[in-house]
Write a protein that binds this ligand. Structure first.
Ligand code: ZN
Length: 88
């Protein structure tokens, strides 16, 4: 048995086969959009933030950094991404 050996014959069978085929495309297409969105968000989060460390005065930290990468000082006002919860 190979491709095209078994085909829907009745109109109802053809309709069901069409729905199943479109569902198969949707199963591929929907996660692709989600994965693409997450990749874009990840690439944006890699951009350097503009926060300047109050302790050592250095810049160039990640946009979502909670601590200075040079001296370890905690940044004030850091908000956890996607949770919107402020660290005390
Ligand atoms: Zn610092």
């Amino acid at each position: 048995m190979g491709y095209g050996d078994v085909v829907p014959i009745t109109p109802m069978g053809k309709i069901i086969a069409g729905i199943v085929m479109l569902t198969g495309y949707a199963i591929i297409a929907v996660p692709m959009g989600i994965v693409t969105t997450e990749m874009v968000l990840a690439m944006r989060s890699c951009d350097a933030g503009h926060e300047t460390c109050k302790s050592c005065g250095k810049k160039g930290h990640d946009a979502d950094a909670a601590y200075c990468k040079y001296c370890g000082e905690k940044f004030a006002g850091y908000v956890l991404p996607f949770i919107s919860q402020k660290i005390s």
